[in-house]
Design a protein around this ligand. Structure first.
Ligand code: PLP
Length: 459
């Protein structure tokens, strides 16, 4: 009987984060100032981020020590288990061995606390009293509300309106942990009021909610902004996932042929994949592993977007980042994977996709929920709709191995549970889910609004 649950002893939990910027074949393109379009200087970010996190954003060291107090809190739910999906393998009749790294064991039910905890801690060290943020599905907002509660900070969460309506229990969770939750667009900020004036029924988007949270943070000296994905330091905080997975695979004498994770802003993907990609880039990998990022067909940033400079938000408050983007004004359809409805992508993931180190695929909702159903029936866990994108791709890789009659070791990130997504599952079971695929004319219209920016000249 194969090991079904590979447990890493607590004393083996990594004590440093992995920074892929140390191993990238080409340096990342710099962020640009949203006004001047010149390369950004660190002081431009100090109104909304503590210097410690700004330094991490541009750090080039390969390993960055995790502060002791952060490790103490992470130990409450880490290391997370690596499971072998034996029942799923049998149901598929595949010779592939399928593993998943389960982040739903955190109190908030996803990988998001891995960065919420250090972000709250670093802000607390900097004397900040309150954090403002956005949330899509509510996973990030709940993780940050809890982290702020633990470190004695206030937390205000601008929640994308469609998710606010679809997921009332996430809202309750945030409030229980002391977070203030505001449906976005709201009348609390200039950015929100402008959107409401133009589109009173706007369902909101992450790009709008980010504008509101950044405006809130920039307007108060006691408040900083925290982002749940996309930025380099956020992905770095998540690398604890992949480093644990490397140890866990060592324990059972395996190494993945394929590493798969869903991509909203890229943080759980980067968290699981970067430590393995780093091994490959350094020539230390045991196999020629492939890496697959999975996104929704309704928000196909990597598969149909362009790789160029764009703003991270609708109001153009954030720096310009070189990334895969659908355009900062892109308004994704109200699919149930709320955490994957973002127009942009992590610049690090984007660059590695662009340079051919990562593959990208996109799926519509129904095949994703079919995969989630099979996973729930076989493995028992109810996956988050976001994570179910990774399950779909893992199943397809396992079926390909079956067709070609070859062994393969597949690992995917099960980034969260779906216990608060039952409305989505009910719609799926009642046959009410639409397979939105983004029409070409809508894609073109959003891309036409991208800023035209040449390559920055670096002195
Ligand atoms: C469970 C879960 N998985 C994945 C994501 C996507 O985010 P990221 O790409 O940053 O991992 C989210 C975002 O909210 C999420 O809640």
């Amino acid at each position: 009987m194969p090991d079904r649950r590979i447990h890493l002893p607590g004393e083996k939990m990594p004590t440093a984060w992995y920074n892929i910027m140390a191993d990238m074949p080409n340096p990342p393109s710099p962020y640009l100032h949203p006004g001047t379009q010149e390369p950004l200087t660190p002081d431009a970010l100090t109104p909304i981020f503590p210097m410690s996190l700004i330094e991490q954003e541009v750090a080039t060291a390969r390993w960055i020590d995790i502060p002791g107090e952060v490790l103490d809190v992470l130990r409450q739910f880490r290391p997370s288990p690596l499971h072998r999906a034996v029942r799923l393998e049998r149901a598929l009749g595949t010779p592939a061995r399928i593993y998943y790294k389960y982040e739903g064991v955190s109190p908030a039910g996803s990988h998001k606390p891995n960065t919420a905890i250090p972000q709250a801690w670093y802000n607390k060290q900097a004397g900040i009293k309150r954090l403002a943020t956005e949330t899509g599905a509510g996973q990030w907002g709940s993780a940050l509300s809890l982290a702020c509660q633990w470190f004695g900070l206030e937390c205000t969460v601008y929640m994308v309106k469609v998710s606010y309506q679809q997921k009332p229990y996430r809202k309750a969770m945030m409030r229980l942990w002391g977070g203030e939750v505001i449906p976005s667009p709201s009348d609390r900020t200039n950015a929100g009021r402008a959107i409401l004036a133009a589109h009173p029924d706007s369902p909101g988007s992450l790009g709008i909610a980010i504008s509101e949270a950044v405006e809130d943070a920039a307007g108060r000296t006691d408040t900083n902004y925290a982002l749940g994905s996309v930025l380099n330091h956020v992905l770095m905080h998540q690398t604890i996932i992949g480093m644990e997975a490397i140890e866990q695979f060592d324990q059972v004498g395996e190494y993945p042929d394929v590493v798969i994770a869903c991509c909203g802003g890229g943080s759980n993907f980067g968290g699981l994949a970067f430590p393995f990609i780093g091994q490959k880039l350094r020539g230390e990998a045991k196999k020629a592993t492939r890496f697959i990022g999975v996104e929704p067909a309704a928000c196909p940033t990597m598969t149909r977007g362009e790789y160029r400079y764009d703003y991270g938000d609708v109001a153009k408050f954030t720096p310009l980042a070189k990334m895969h983007t659908l355009g900062h004004n892109f308004m994704p359809a109200g699919i149930h994977a709320g955490g994957l409805r973002y127009h942009g992508m992590s610049p690090l993931v984007s660059q590695l996709v662009h340079e051919g180190h990562i593959e990208a695929v996109a799926y519509p909702q129904n095949p994703v929920f079919q995969a989630a159903e099979l996973f729930a029936k076989t493995e028992g866990l109810v996956p988050a709709p976001e994570s179910s994108h990774a399950i779909r791709a893992a199943i397809d890789e396992a079926l390909k191995a079956k067709e070609e009659n070859r062994e393969a070791v597949i690992v995917f990130g099960l980034s969260g549970h779906g216990f608060l997504d039952m409305g989505a599952y009910e719609n799926y079971l009642d046959g009410k889910l639409d397979d939105f695929a983004l029409p070409e004319n809508e894609l073109r219209a959003a891309l036409d609004e991208l800023p035209v920016i040449g390559e920055p000249v670096i002195a």
